[in-house]
Design a protein around this ligand. Structure first.
Ligand code: EPU
Length: 428
């Protein structure tokens, strides 16, 4: 195992390239199962552990998946006789459940392990199942697997509402949309997720020959086509990575240019940054984050509620909490997507923060400074929050179990080193 060592107190400065979006790339890779003739060539797919896992799942399913010398990922369907996604792989990454819709649509049968819960909650898949049933799928749960069949080998169009108690489901929308593209007739998905990653998947499917309208709205209309073809596609940039680096620049009081940040996808994040007293400015495709001279002194405490897009993303809640931990006053963060996603709270408190949880709400009483400590990464975004806290803490922070961070951040310590951070990875 490895750990990250961070010496806090250096303002970040310089330019960082934003990588391709993990949460767009993963369902797009799953969609490669849908291709009839031809290869898919996917550019701007980040170099991440989760992408490697999806590649392994695709190869298990008879789809070749290799990264070329120029960095693009090339996939090609070679053998359609395999339709089982194993527990060993699906249990390590929930996004792999996204192969269910494509397998069912293209091969008429799928057996995909239930992903199970995760450290921040139950994370059910009932909305995925409801959507696929609306397209005629017959679905059973057998020995921890979802076993799905399309009667007579092909799904039919249907109408489904995908809103749940915590809003729509991002990967649920992905699964149902990918199943609908090859179904016979028209599918209407109401209450669809509007996240940019879903827009990107829909745009990719249309490049393959699908007919999806209403992209980016909660009402998607999919007119089924008999087949799709391989295509070339550029994945969007990662708004969560961009937001994490924006918050990293902010917490250190530095000036950071995020090259290729999708500004349109970051409105809620920029709004909160400005509110805490950070200057954010778009410059072409770049976002520049710098201290707000007139704000003076400490960050302002703010209240934040995580919401489906375009609201403030749950995937940046932990990182924002690190910033608010040193704000002047009391901030309140309410989690409306994952009420238990607060694993980072106790670790931030180990570093001197004063945060308590009441139900789905964290109450953060800002302290003047954090101190370096040994802390444990519990999940991907919690790890990022600890890195941010480490960058500003007095003394050294050691973040253990850092493998979580490699699931979603490409070379994070290298990118931070380039910005002047004293961070290194060592064996634990
Ligand atoms: N939910 C249900 N029923 C379902 C599915 C979801 O009740 O069938 C609930 C969930 O429990 C949660 C809410 O609906 O309370 C939203 O979950 P959603 O299904 O949208 O999450 P997801 O698709 O599993 C994706 C991202 C997550 C991100 C969430 C929310 C990918 C691969 N994952 O997960 O990303 O937090 O949307 O935006 O796209 C991350 O990157 O660190 C990460 C966890």
């Amino acid at each position: 195992m490895e750990k990250l060592l961070i010496e806090g107190g250096r303002p970040l400065s310089g330019t960082v390239e934003v990588s391709g979006s993990k949460n767009a790339a993963l369902p797009i890779l799953a969609a490669a199962v849908l291709a009839g003739k031809g290869k898919c060539v996917l550019r701007n797919v980040p170099l991440l552990k989760d992408v490697d896992t999806m590649g392994q799942i695709l190869r298990d399913l008879g789809v070749s998946c290799e990264r070329r010398a120029d960095g693009a990922i090339e996939t090609e369907v070679a053998d359609e006789s395999k339709s089982i996604a194993r527990y060993e792989l699906v249990s390590t990454m929930r996004a792999s459940f996204c192969v269910l819709g494509p397998l069912l649509a293209k091969r008429g049968y799928a057996k995909v392990s239930l992903p199970g819960g995760c450290v921040f909650g139950l994370r059910p898949v009932d909305l995925h199942v409801k959507g696929l049933k609306a397209l005629g799928a017959e679905i059973e749960l057998e020995h921890g697997y979802v076993v799905a069949r399309a009667p007579k080998g092909r799904l039919h169009g249907g109408r489904v509402y995908l809103g749940g108690p915590f809003g729509s489901s991002v990967t649920g929308t992905a699964n149902v949309m990918m199943a609908a593209v090859l179904a016979e007739g028209k599918t209407i998905i109401e209450g669809a997720a509007c996240e940019p990653e879903i827009e990107d998947l829909a745009a990719f499917l249309n490049h393959m020959g699908a007919t999806i309208t209403g992209i980016g709205t909660p009402r998607l209309v999919v007119t089924g086509v008999p087949e799709l073809r391989g295509t070339s596609y550029n994945v969007i940039s990662d708004r969560i990575e961009a937001g994490t680096f924006a918050l990293a620049g902010a917490i250190t009081g530095g000036t950071v240019r995020l090259r290729g940040a999708a500004l349109d996808h970051l409105s809620a994040v920029n709004d909160r940054l400005e509110e805490v007293g950070v200057h954010v400015e778009g410059d072409g495709d770049d976002l520049v984050v710098s201290p707000n001279g007139s704000a003076g002194g400490r960050f302002k405490a703010v209240d934040v509620t995580t919401l489906p897009y375009p609201g403030f993303p749950t995937d940046l809640q932990a990182q924002l909490m690190a910033v608010l931990a040193i704000a002047d006053g009391i901030s309140v963060i309410t989690e409306k997507i994952y009420p238990d996603r607060f694993m980072h709270l106790a670790e931030l408190n180990r570093m001197g923060a004063n945060i308590r949880k009441e139900g789905p709400t964290a109450i953060i009483t800002g302290v003047p400074h954090l101190t370096g400590a040994d802390v444990m990464a519990s999940d991907l975004r919690a790890s990022a929050a600890l890195v941010l806290a480490g960058l500003i803490a007095r003394g050294q922070t050691e973040i253990h179990r850092v493998y979580h961070i490699d699931r979603g951040y490409e070379r994070i310590e290298e990118k931070l080193q380039k910005l002047g951070a004293a961070i290194r990875r060592v064996k634990d």
